[in-house]
Design a protein around this ligand. Structure first.
Ligand code: FA5
Length: 345
């Protein structure tokens, strides 16, 4: 039996040393130290021996077991380190590789144009005013000299909001309602610009959207005349489009101004001859005029002492003129290929 024991010791050492993985090592452990292994059998046979022999052989079996168990553990530790190293190697990050560069984002052309227009007026000493996008009938119509039965109400198709208990709410059709809110909140003089979103029931085409943005301007002070309006608009058009683009004033009607005018800019595509984008050679940019005395009075201003001018321009219209965009709808489609053009803008 001692010979078997020696042979098992040698076999066990060999098997453990040659195990190439933790799975192979576990199988070797069962074969060498398991209950059904030759060593196990020797151990079971001990009971049948007489005491002196049993003690001697028992000690030898224990020694063999201890040595083999140590060999098993030493190999298991070595293999575990290998496994961990392999996992780490698979997970390794090469710190010397160049990083993946994400393309820089950019401002939407409408934001760029709005910032430019507002910036122009801030430099002239105006301040920015704001109003809600959901308006009531009084601010959107009545205070702007558009009473209930006034035909001007049908000039723009309004979108009404159905909120129980608030029958007169609508999505504002123009930023002019901010004129009213501003005058009600402060005494003259007033020098404000009010950028914001407006809503109309329109079918979009190359120069029209149903939801678009306007910048409203309002000036009320002593001695303001139409010449101030004209000079301000000419300065603005030159600032936005450069010295070469021609602008024109044509008489127009808005109930909240008297006299009223529309300002057009020569079309970037045809230069003013007429094409599918502009139809007439001109692209209408804004409506303007001298604030109607009734509007001043509706807000508690003394219309004998104060006069003022106002205008409202479409930001999308400025963008299509400035960047020569053939269709205004491109501005709201979010197509990255189109927006990438403005990365450097
Ligand atoms: C108005 O909205 C007036 N509130 C402007 C005004 C303000 C007049 C103060 C007098 C005093 P109008 O509906 O014309 O006017 O619109 C003003 C500008 O918004 C237009 O000149 C145009 O640049 C732009 N605009 C109008 N409709 C659309 C549309 N459907 N899509 C894109 N831009 C539009």
């Amino acid at each position: 039996m001692l010979r078997t024991l020696e042979a098992e010791r040698a076999r066990g050492r060999e098997l453990f040393a040659s195990a190439g993985s933790l799975e192979e090592l576990e199988a070797a452990n069962i074969a060498v130290l398991g209950r059904k292994s030759p060593l196990g059998e020797v151990q079971r046979a001990l009971g049948a021996l007489e005491e002196g022999q049993r003690r001697e052989l028992g000690r030898a079996v224990n020694e063999a077991r201890t040595e083999l168990a140590d060999a098993f553990e030493a190999r298991r530790d070595a293999l575990s380190v290998d496994v961990e190293s392999a996992l780490l190697a698979a997970d390794a990050v090469d710190m010397t590789l160049p990083g993946r560069r994400r393309p820089d984002g950019s401002l939407h052309p409408l934001t760029v144009v709005e910032d430019e227009i507002v910036g122009l007026f801030l430099r002239l000493g105006y301040r920015v005013a704001e109003g809600p996008e959901i308006e009531d009938d009084w601010h959107n119509f009545q205070a702007l000299n558009i009473p209930e039965d006034h035909p001007a109400r049908t000039m723009k198709d309004s979108l009404y909001v159905s909120i129980p208990g608030h029958p007169e709410l609508l999505l504002r059709t123009e930023t002019s309602a901010v004129q009213i809110r501003t005058m009600l909140s402060q005494p003259p003089p007033v020098y404000i610009v009010a950028p914001g979103r407006v809503y109309r029931r329109e079918t979009p085409d190359p120069t029209h959207l149903a939801v678009f943005h306007q910048v409203e301007a309002l000036v009320v002070d002593e001695g303001i005349t139409f010449a101030d309006l004209k000079g301000t608009l000419e300065a603005m058009a030159k600032g936005l489009f450069g010295e070469d683009r021609r602008i024109r004033f044509t008489p127009s009607y808005f109930p909240f101004v008297e006299p009223g005018a529309q300002i057009g800019v020569t079309c970037f595509r045809c230069g003013g001859v007429g094409c599918p984008t502009c139809r007439s050679g001109w692209i209408e940019l804004l409506g303007a005029g001298m604030v109607h005395p009734k509007v001043l009075e509706n807000c508690g201003y003394d219309s004998e002492r104060y006069t003022g001018f106002a205008f409202g321009l479409g930001i999308e219209r400025v963008a299509i003129l400035k960047y020569e965009i053939p269709d205004i709808r491109l501005l709201i489609e979010g197509d990255v290929r189109f927006l990438e053009r403005f990365r450097a803008a």
